[in-house]
Design a protein around this ligand. Sequence first.
Ligand code: COA
Length: 416
Amino acid sequence: MPLLPKFKSSPALGGSTLSHTGTVVDRGLEGVVVGTTELSNVEGKEGRLTYRGYDIHDLAPHACFEEVCYLLLFGQLPNKQQLEDLKVRLAANRMLPQPLVESMHTIPKTAWPMDVLRTIVSGLALFSPVGEDGSHPSNPRSAIHLIARTPTIVAAWDRIRRGLEPIEPRHDLSMAANFLYMRNGELPITEATEALNTYLVLLADHSYNASTFAARVCASTRADIYAAATSAIATLEGDLHGGAPGKVMHMLLEIGKPERSEAYVRELLKRRERIMGMGHREYKTRDPRAEHLEKMAKALGDASDPKWYQIARALEDASNKVLQEEKPGMRIYANVEFYTAPTLFSLGIPSDEFTCMFACGRMAGWTAHILEQLADNRLIRPQATYSGPPVHPFVPMDQRSTRQGNGKQQAEAANA
Ligand code: COA
């Protein structure tokens, strides 16, 4: 009788594994629907992304980030007065608590910006009202705090690590203009503000992506909005998610010239590495956000240094050419992170802050998802198929061998 559960991995099952009980385990939850949302919809086959039914292709050129925040948090596009009120509320909440700014001065200047952002966002909870059970109210007000303060943290750390004093936020500027002002100490040109605004709109939400799912799982335990937003930032960091654009920029810098792209891709694939910023779990076409980011990367590059856009364009073409040769029939497309790299780099933002910029936009979606989860909450608690050793007797310390082997071998020995 077999002692250990048997698992079969079959090509017919794609990324799934069949357990001895016949349960199909979907690795990475690929294709598994785990909940509902009214906030955004990703239609991967069609390459369409909508926020509450509005196509991203309409929102990107026409809406400001604050408008999208309103749409996500309050369910509809704002009228003029509603938008004005939200802008005032966001602007009034930009300042960080002074002790947090002081604590940022004590952080080593070499600290990774995402580590700082995650820590200080978590720290915001220390300065927000506490209920009797020690939790903080999770409501649109705290969502607005988080959305307003995230860019202030990013800009403040950017300056502190450069040995400069943080610049206080201004009340009379949009989210995008104020961020660039706080970072650079001067008012940005219109083109830069518009590009950053569009970037924030494009990044604001994306259904149950990994970081949003993490936020919802955390919120489902009835942890508060600060805890859930911190979980989301932690989950964003990895390069299979929001950590990719910094690595895209690293590739562009290494490639150095458009004509070197093809050789670079060949080398990368020979080492069985991935081309960062390419491919997507959901989109089987080009990521609809990439189109807008590509246009912005080109326009910003034309006005400053076109090299980064040109290398990115050549790299996307080379990736498809080489992949077609090596894996006929396979095609992967640029995702949102690919042209984010030359776009943000042209705005003067260093590559290790790209993921923080992602968080500035996505904080709108995260907080809206957290509130949506709490409005109709049920603990998210999935199951796992156990694949360890079967039940076997406890071995007292004096009977354990010095060369123990692993748990499965122990179980085999005990059950023999
Ligand atoms: N470069 C090279 N090959 C890639 C690739 C990439 N960027 N993305 C996917 N592939 C290949 C895989 O090697 C695999 O090929 P195989 O079947 O011959 O082994 C196939 O495509 C499927 O990949 P898989 O990892 O199962 O797809 P996924 O749905 O889990 O991957 C990503 C989605 C985003 C994790 C993946 O495309 C990736 O790693 N991209 C690079 C990182 C990135 O840009 N992250 C940001 C995402 S918005």
